[in-house]
Design a protein around this ligand. Sequence first.
Ligand code: HEC
Length: 145
Amino acid sequence: MTRLFACLLISLLGYALPTVTSAEDTHMTDPRTSLGMTPVERAEFLSEMRKMLGSIQGILQGISTEDRKMIAEFATQSGNRMARATPDSLRNRLPQAFKDIGGPTHLMFEELVVRAETDDMGDLLKHTTDIMGQCMSCHSQFRAD
Ligand code: HEC
């Protein structure tokens, strides 16, 4: 009886396992909202994202070496210039909730450019932490596909 049960279980697992690992299933278990991007839009978008990570890295290095010029340069890369680079065809389709996080994030980088001239390093670090709160908030809600 136990052996029969074991056989049944193994054959059932055989059916179940391929579905568990399929891409379809990954989407079903990912609760984030899809942004409905084409593969080309996605590649371009993710490249901008990696630039944002590069900005954060450069800003933190600038803060740790008290290099104000470096902080401003890296913050500029992810400021309004990056916001303007989003093609209209994509911008018009993005959900408002996404834009409500994205727009202010670019403005916070612009604010950092200005504050890098005079603020003390502790305040600049605090502002950078606040910017990263925006990254966290958006990443938990949306996915780029
Ligand atoms: C308004 C929304 C939003 C904000 C703000 C945001 N991101 Fe993203 N980011 C995304 C989405 C959506 C993805 C794709 C996630 C997915 O599809 O799994 C992503 C992906 C990434 C990736 C992965 C890139 C790759 O090549 O796969 C990095 C790195 C990244 N973001 C860095 C950042 C950093 C650093 C910040 C903050 C300074 C930030 N992002 C702010 C939405 C955002």
